[in-house]
Design a protein. Structure first.
Length: 120
């Protein structure tokens, strides 16, 4: 049974994400194992949340500002380490990498993300 809290939380999930992993696959043209990007999950309802994180050392005159990106989604979705997440929200699509262990709560999970550069 879906609780009132879970329904309310999921109404805020206006974005969607697809999860990709990199696996070795045999290339039929040359018979070698080669890395391939494989779609693991598609169109998962989610929500991105952004926050500013500033830090300044004692000898620095200006604080450096970084953006924190957190993904909210259902707690039963497994996202392996090193995954690439392509998130579409508010008409903008951006690729992210999973950068943290998920914080799992009774009705959802939260994952800190970073901008995707390349697979490790």
């Amino acid at each position: 049974m879906v609780s009132v809290y879970e329904k309310a939380l999921k109404r805020m999930w206006t974005g969607s994400c697809s999860v990709y992993v990199r696996e070795l696959r045999i290339n039929p043209d040359n018979g070698r194992d080669e890395a391939a990007e494989i779609l693991l999950h598609e169109n998962i309802p989610c929500r991105l949340s952004f926050s500013s994180i500033s830090s300044a050392g004692q000898n620095e005159s200006a604080a450096a500002v970084q953006q924190g990106v957190k993904l909210f989604l259902a707690k039963d979705i497994e996202i392996p380490p090193g995954s690439k997440l392509v998130v579409t929200q508010e008409g903008k699509t951006t690729a992210y990498a999973k950068s943290g262990t998920p914080a799992v709560y009774p009705y959802h999970q939260e994952i800190m993300l970073e901008q995707f550069k390349e697979y490790a």
